[in-house]
Ligand binder design. Sequence first.
Ligand SMILES: NC(=O)c1ccc[n+]([C@@H]2O[C@H](COP(=O)([O-])OP(=O)(O)OC[C@H]3O[C@@H](n4cnc5c(N)ncnc54)[C@H](OP(=O)(O)O)[C@@H]3O)[C@@H](O)[C@H]2O)c1
Length: 257
Amino acid sequence: MTATASRNRIALVTGASRGLGRHSALKLAEEGIDLILTYQRGEAQAQEVVRQAEALGRRALALQLDVGDSRSFDAFAARVKSALASHWQRQQFDYLVNNAGTGLHASIAETTEEQFDALLNIHLKGTFFLTQKLLPLIADGGRILNTSSGLARFSFPGYAAYAAMKGGVEVLTRYLAKELGPRGISVNTVAPGAIATDFNGGAVRDTAQVNAQIAGVTALGRVGLPDDIGAAVASLLAEGNGWINGQRIEVSGGMML
Ligand SMILES: NC(=O)c1ccc[n+]([C@@H]2O[C@H](COP(=O)([O-])OP(=O)(O)OC[C@H]3O[C@@H](n4cnc5c(N)ncnc54)[C@H](OP(=O)(O)O)[C@@H]3O)[C@@H](O)[C@H]2O)c1
């Protein structure tokens, strides 16, 4: 029996006020998993996700977090610790889903250092140090899911800085898996293809030409929907599925095969 098998499991999902994080969180709630959600600006939207999870019979709460501000992570970890004690009478949670993030479409020639640094802080430094600060709060036998992108495997002009950060997240995932193995914690990366969310100004969802172009290079013939990723996240965190470790799992309907 794993350390997590005998009690309610708790997942911490970053960036769960909207998009992939929101749908992942609600799929996890449907599977009986309690939730600590984070939002950056969308408090009302995050509280709505909390209400929906509670309607599914789960315990849930939402905390503010900027994953681009590593100086705030000690204070955030302290708030998670106190929320675990007050809501669950526990000292640790089970699953960390590092999902929060923003995109950028700019050629290498046009990308500014400020844009590069923002992506670096959010995606790579944020994933590295948020995970580091939360490690004492993750139960032995737990799991971590990081978020990459199909763009770290295939290349479209305009995504160099963003995709380079996601490539770093994939390497970090393997090192985390190696170092956390002795604690029984498995670590994987989900790499979504293009999904219809607010991401990058909602281009995949709202721009017919972009949508059709992506559908045309996807084996299953359409763009991804947020629930496609939510379902994958929930199945990767399902009990009995803990032997997948150190892997990049692309969830793209077969984009750019
Ligand atoms: N959609 C795609 O096509 C796609 C494809 C591959 C990978 N991804 C990756 O999937 C993840 C989620 O993308 P999405 O499509 O769900 O995007 P989205 O719909 O734009 O939602 C982004 C979420 O992340 C939060 N967030 C943004 N910047 C943050 C920051 N600095 N600190 C904390 N939270 C922050 C937002 O919070 P607030 O709303 O509360 O501010 C929101 O909850 C990202 O890592 C993205 O790179 C997306």
